[in-house]
Ligand binder design. Structure first.
Ligand code: SF4
Length: 80
């Protein structure tokens, strides 16, 4: 969940503190890149522009998709 500078949830503009770690290594089985809608087809990169920007322009995930997640996670839902 994202709270913008005015305190509204889901606002268009937000800014993290300089020392905030947007992404982190996680235990397998919960929210992770592996079940996120922004995972690339080869499961090795993220296609979320904000994450790529935070990761200094590099779209490659630093760990396996089952071992990494970030604040921008959104669950993947298959079209039915
Ligand atoms: S959890 Fe974050 S880093 Fe992983 S695919 Fe989703 S948006 Fe990208």
């Amino acid at each position: 969940m994202i709270v913008d500078k005015t305190g509204k949830m889901g606002g268009g503009y937000f800014e993290y503190p300089k020392n905030h770690k947007l992404g982190m290594r996680v235990p397998e089985g919960g929210s992770m890149c592996g079940n996120c809608k922004f995972l690339s087809e080869d499961h090795k990169a993220c296609i979320n522009k904000e994450w790529i920007k935070w990761n200094k322009g590099n779209d490659k995930l630093p760990f396996r998709d089952e071992e990494y997640c970030c604040d921008l996670y959104e669950p993947y839902k298959e079209n039915k």
